[in-house]
Structures are given as C-alpha cells and as structure tokens.
Design a protein around this ligand. Structure first.
Ligand code: C5J
Length: 229
C-alpha cells in the first residue's frame, strides 16, 4: 500500500489501484496577458506562480509512468457547443468567440487555447477539449479513464474554484478517489482557493483529499504502476 500524507487524513493507494494525473486548463487564455482571463480583468501573474511547481509534479508523475490527462476549455469555431447562457454571461466588451490578441476567445485551435509551452503535453499524454467547466461533461474522459482502470486521480490546474473544483466534484460522484494538489492549483481570487481547499476536505473529505506537491511526490516514490512491468 502506498500512502500520501494528506488532509483530512492519509490518502491510500492500495495495490490494485491505478492513479492518473489531471491537469486542468493550463492554457494561454487563462495564463497570459492578452488572454480571456486578463481581458476579464484578472491578474494572471497569480496563476503563473504555480507553473514551476506543477512542472515538477508533472515530471514526477511522468517518471512514475502515470497516465496524464491535460484539458483545455474551448468551443468549436461555429460555437455550436457553447450554450447561449455562457456566451451572454458577464456582459463584458469581449466574449467567447470574439477576436482578441491571442485569436478567438476560448475557440479550439486558436493560439489562446494552446497549453502554455512550459507544460506542453508529451506524446502519449491525452488532451481533452472540454466545452464546460467540468472535464467529464460532453467529453470522452470517463471512458478513457475506465480503459486504463484508473481509480484514483491527482487533480491540478486552474482555476481552483471553477474548472478544477467542478471536475473534482464530477469525478467524486463517479467514484474516483480524488486528491487536489494544493500548490499545483490556483485562482485569481486567493480567498476562493483557500475556501475550495477547505470545502473539499471538510466533513471527513466529502469531495476528497488535499496535499502538497512535495507530499505527493514523496508518496509516489514507493508507487509502481501495476500496468508497467
Ligand atoms: C474559468 C476555468 N475560470 N478553467 N475556467 O472560466 O476555471
């Protein structure tokens, strides 16, 4: 049994479990000046601060041969997969599909939809394009996890209280044992991040666990992927 020191109590990986890493929406639209996050008035430097830590976690998971899933939030160029409610929300001067410095906002294939180069997926890692906040809604994430017999998920990325938390709740409802990596997720609103971490692990881990990158990597040192012989 591999154990990761976590809150509200140790996160256990039994011999017959399989763990995967999910990296949510580390895309230029949310991370860089001129992207959607910046256009909405947010300070993107807050999110950039986690990149070195997330890279360290990603590299650690790669070295342990964990399955790795990246997501991006984006829509088809004709916006047919974008609900009108999402398009109209915010009443800002620019919205989803509009032309912006990094191409059309939250549209698949546009420069802003690309994952930041520091965290670029390697061959063999899966990239899921998701139209919603949760990574399970209208995507093939669940069958891909099932194909790999994944039971446990390390969840990271941005933003903590929106796409990260939504994904973790969706995963929890589907029976996955989820651990949110505290210093590998971030929000434009520090108090929302803090509250999300507390919410997740409240009531005996009602949604799951939280732990730091150091603790996760320490725990994974004794982990060997059952799929790798
Ligand atoms: C948002 C996200 N905040 N990835 N998306 O709209 O959290």
């Amino acid at each position: 049994m591999t154990v990761i020191s976590a809150q509200p109590y140790d996160y256990e990986l039994p011999e017959d479990s399989n763990i995967a890493l999910i990296v949510i929406d580390m895309q230029r639209d949310f991370m860089e000046l001129g992207g959607f996050g910046d256009i909405l008035g947010n300070d993107v430097s807050l999110l950039q601060a986690i990149v070195p830590t997330l890279k360290r976690l990603l590299d650690g998971c790669r070295s342990r041969h964990l399955p790795i899933f990246h997501t991006t939030e984006g829509h088809q160029p004709d916006l047919s997969d974008c609900p009108v409610s999402k398009l109209k929300r915010g009443k800002g001067k620019l919205t989803i599909g509009d032309a912006a410095p990094m191409g059309r906002i939250l549209v698949l294939g546009e420069p802003g939809n690309g994952i930041i180069p520091e965290l670029a997926p390697l061959p063999g890692e899966i990239v899921i394009s998701k139209p919603g906040k949760g990574a399970f809604y209208n995507t093939n994430l669940e069958p891909l996890l099932k194909e790999r017999n994944v039971t446990h998920l390390l969840i990271t990325g941005v933003t903590t209280e929106v796409c990260v938390q939504t994904t973790m709740r969706e995963a929890n409802d589907r029976g996955y044992e989820c651990l949110l990596v505290e210093d590998a997720t971030e929000s434009y609103f520090p108090e929302f991040k803090r509250s999300t971490l507390e919410m997740v692990r409240a009531q005996g881990g009602i949604i799951g666990w939280t732990a730091t990158t150091d603790r996760v990597l320490q725990g994974l040192r004794s982990w060997s992927n059952p799929a790798i012989v």
